[in-house]
Ligand binder design. Structure first.
Ligand code: NAD
Length: 332
């Protein structure tokens, strides 16, 4: 299939070309994000391949459909950026990569926890400047602490297993129990109990209308003082302004995030030397106990290879009229 690949970075191209060798599909790479203005680039391409920040709304889909597009292949799991109803109305199929890096994301969450706790980023800078003082670097043992995991699917389960290895107690909340987590001693509780008893809270549920601003002023007040909050899931699970107030009052002791509510305005881009206009984000970066990474939790070799291989398997399924296990449909 002739496929227009949007939001292409050098690493995307490297892994997509490797997985497409010997070439099965004709790939044309575009750096811009897909939106109403750039959709014209895909004229005459039956396939369009996109990532998390591409805007696949109804007007964009209309332009794509008029140019002959009949497949949107997402290189990610989440599809909140796609108007599925509009796609269905226009006869455009949508496929995704449902799980590409559960270990990578869980391990990144652990990296945030360890770095925030033991202040490894500060220590690294100090030692490079021949400052070997330990003042301000005091951490705590993870062994014996309680970790609350919200959302115990693929990633939440792996985080639970890893943290169990550190000797932590695991409290969990999900709409459905995962017996695998219970096997390693994870205990399912209601949210108020999880908030009240966790030293570390890590979010691994999807962003839905129910989970939007799941972490807000009211629940922050229910948490243990000096709680560590970790979010590698989706930015809008957290009410950022409420978290800033929690950091200022010291109710929140540590914040580690790989995602941010308004991240699509700047994540994945090199804006060094430019003026960031988002004052809320800029305020977050001023706290010494806040660690932010730019949506890189998934970013491992294994994930990029898995994304590329699954994307081409999806495209081949649709091209050859087979049913595709990764096709997504608008729920009735
Ligand atoms: P998953 O579908 O395997 O697990 C999600 C879990 O959340 C499920 O068990 C589900 O029952 C639960 N859930 C749904 N609604 C809930 C609610 N209201 N309250 C509590 N739990 C609820 O997904 P996963 O692969 O573990 O991914 C989790 C999230 O991680 C994704 O939704 C995505 O947003 C995020 N993610 C981030 C990155 C990154 O690079 N930062 C990469 C991949 C995924």
């Amino acid at each position: 299939m002739k496929v227009a690949v949007f939001s292409t970075k050098a690493y995307d191209r490297q892994f997509l070309e490797a997985a497409n060798y010997p070439p099965q599909h004709e790939l044309v790479f575009f750096e811009p994000r897909l939106n109403q203005k750039t959709a014209i680039l895909a004229a005459s391409f039956p396939g369009v391949c996109v990532f998390v920040h591409d805007i696949v709304d109804a007007p964009t889909l209309k332009i794509l459909a008029s140019g002959g597009t009949r497949l949107i292949a997402l290189r990610c799991a989440g599809f909140n950026n796609v108007d599925l109803q509009a796609a269905a109305d226009l006869g455009i199929k949508v496929v995704r990569v449902p799980a590409y890096s559960p270990y990578g994301v869980a391990e990144h969450a652990v990296g945030l926890i360890l770095t925030l706790n033991r202040k490894i980023h500060f220590a690294h800078n100090r030692v490079r400047e021949s400052n070997f003082s330990l003042t301000g670097l005091l951490g705590f043992n993870l062994n014996g602490r309680t970790v609350g995991i919200i959302g115990t699917g693929k990633i939440g389960l792996i985080l639970g297993q890893i943290m169990k290895g550190f000797g932590c107690q695991i409290l969990a909340y999900d709409l459905y129990r995962n017996p695998e987590l219970e096997k390693v001693g994870g205990k399912y509780v209601e949210l108020p109990e999880l908030f009240a008893n966790s030293d570390i809270i890590s979010l691994h549920c999807p962003l839905t209308p129910e989970t939007h601003h799941l972490i807000n002023a009211q629940v922050i007040a229910q948490m243990k003082p000096r709680v560590m909050l970790i979010n590698t899931s989706r930015g809008a699970l957290i009410d950022t302004q409420a978290v800033i107030e929690g950091l200022k009052s010291r109710q929140i002791g540590f914040l580690g995030v790989d995602v941010y509510e308004q991240e699509s305005d700047f994540f994945f881009e090199d804006l060094s030397g430019e003026i960031i206009q988002d004052d809320v984000f800029q305020r977050l970066t001023t706290f010494p106990n806040v660690l932010i990474t730019g949506h890189q939790a998934f970013f491992t070799e294994e994930a990029l290879q898995n994304i590329a291989e699954t994307t081409f398997a999806n495209i081949s399924d649709i091209e050859q009229g087979r049913s595709c296990p990764n096709e997504i449909f608008e729920s009735p």
